[in-house]
Design a protein around this ligand. Structure first.
Ligand code: SAM
Length: 246
């Protein structure tokens, strides 16, 4: 009899798929994202706050089945880098627990997955902590494109130049963008709307500006012409489209 050393069969690692699930209307999920979402043993998404569903979770809920593990990952709403870094590590390890057991994890991201998305931080942190992890991204319909569609306008035509700014961090850069861009889209505008309104007023652009809340969702609201709206209470999921040189 010869000595034989038995080794455990090697289990291949699961893959983390980041999928963009669109701006709100569950029918604006791509066929590929839907296939991944329906077939994954584990579906992850940013956890909601105050007992409410998160945005991505809300969008994908009609497509999930009860056998799938649902992983609500906590990403605090803060600018504090230390708190965020810790949250990304915790979330990455939660995902890794499944990947190392050979289970694919599909992370649903509102809109597009590489456009101001939490998925980027999750993927980067996972790759740092576990370089062997396999990660793939599937694009989705992002909010500026959804806004143009519901406004019934082209976002850009011909040689127009487009600037997209996260207003919360860039009100100071808005003037510069207005000096060169033909169309400006402002994301994350809700908390700085009064300052933005003043800049648009100074440049006489209020009647060329649109605000869109919750584009493509049943509670969508559109304001065309912001001239008489200096103090709009916009929700987080709102943006402005400014036609600087139509
Ligand atoms: C963190 S960014 C996420 C962007 C997202 N990944 C995308 O592809 O559109 C969040 C900002 O996107 C904008 N946004 C996302 N979805 C929206 C929607 N359905 N309607 C209006 N604005 C939206 C808002 O400006 C919000 O503050």
């Amino acid at each position: 009899m010869t000595d034989s050393k038995k080794t455990a069969p090697s289990l291949s690692l699961g893959t983390l798929y980041g999928v963009g699930v669109g701006p709100g209307d569950p029918e604006l999920i791509t066929i590929k994202a839907l296939r991944l979402l329906k077939s994954a043993p584990v579906v992850a998404f940013p956890a909601g706050v105050q007992g409410r569903k998160g945005r991505a979770q809300d969008i994908i809920s009609p497509w999930l089945n009860p056998d799938q593990v649902q992983l609500a990952l906590k990403f605090p709403y803060t600018e504090d880098r230390q708190i965020l870094t810790e949250a990304w590590k915790v979330a990455s390890e939660e995902v890794w627990l499944h990947l190392q057991k050979g289970r694919d994890v599909v992370f649903a991201s509102e809109g597009d997955v590489s456009f101001y998305s939490t998925f980027t931080y999750l993927a980067q942190t996972l790759q740092q902590l576990h370089p062997e992890a396999s990660i793939q991204a599937t694009p989705g319909v992002c909010s500026p494109l959804a806004a143009a569609a519901v406004l019934g306008i082209p976002l850009t035509i011909q040689a127009q130049r487009l600037a997209i700014l996260p207003a919360l961090q860039s009100v100071a850069h808005l003037e510069t963008a207005l000096s060169w861009a033909d169309v400006v889209v402002l994301l994350k505008v809700s908390s700085v709307y009064p300052q933005v309104w003043s800049v648009l007023d100074k440049h006489q652009l209020l009647d060329h500006s649109y605000a869109v809340e919750n584009a493509t969702k049943p509670d969508q609201v559109i304001y065309a012409d912001l001239s008489k709206r200096p103090r709009l209470q916009l929700p987080y999921f709102s943006l402005l489209v400014i036609q600087v040189r139509p």
